[in-house]
Design a protein around this ligand. Structure first.
Ligand SMILES: [Fe+2]
Ligand SMILES: [Fe+2]
Length: 189
């Protein structure tokens, strides 16, 4: 099966080369063209990986949003507030779109420099949501910027959750739970 494929490929490559030679073009040009084709194929593969990554990221955001809303209701927030928190939680990682996929999808631990870049998804997220109006805008920007903080001020920006709105730890807990439960490039689920 493989050798048939290889034969066909070789034949195809030979025909291309032959055509070029007929046109008076040299082998060097053919090799360049072949390299470009391979680069495009790699780019295509990479884009596919990115698409899969963003699809699973979107799915995960919806799950974080849904559980955050349920959790908020359980903790005594009103239905309107819980809906607002859930909707805002959906955008918590929107800033990851600004982070290089090689960092997002790195299958091993991040270097200190890469981690500094990764941290920026919170700031980028808040900036991306700058034009979101009303209460949702305020809550979504706060969630995006501070969803990696904790009560001991050991999070990304060392802000204790006691200084943040009460819905913040709620979304952080849900986000952490989902991150622990789901598969990541650097860990199984
Ligand atoms: Fe995040
Ligand atoms: Fe997240």
């Amino acid at each position: 099966m493989n050798s048939l494929k290889e034969n066909n490929q070789n034949q195809y490559q030979y025909q291309q080369l032959h055509q070029y030679q007929h046109k008076g073009q040299n082998r060097h040009q053919y090799q360049n063209e072949h390299q470009n084709q391979q680069q495009n194929q790699n780019k295509h593969h990479y884009t596919h990986q990115n698409q899969n990554q963003s699809q699973s990221q979107n799915k995960e955001n919806l799950i974080v949003a849904h559980i955050s809303e349920m959790f908020a209701l359980e903790l005594g927030f009103s239905t309107r507030e819980a809906r607002l928190i859930g909707k805002a939680a959906e955008y918590h990682d929107v800033g990851k779109a600004c982070i290089c996929p090689s960092i997002i999808m790195k299958p091993s631990a991040l270097t200190p420099d890469e981690f500094e870049v990764m941290k920026m998804h919170t700031k980028f997220g808040a900036q991306m949501l700058a034009n979101m109006r009303g209460e949702l805008g305020v809550v979504a920007r706060t969630v995006a910027e501070f969803h990696h903080e904790d009560c001991q001020a050991t999070g990304y920006w060392k802000v204790p959750t006691s200084q943040l709105p009460s819905f913040l730890p709620l979304v952080s807990i849900v986000d952490t739970y989902i991150a622990l439960r789901n598969r990541r490039p650097y860990k199984p689920s």
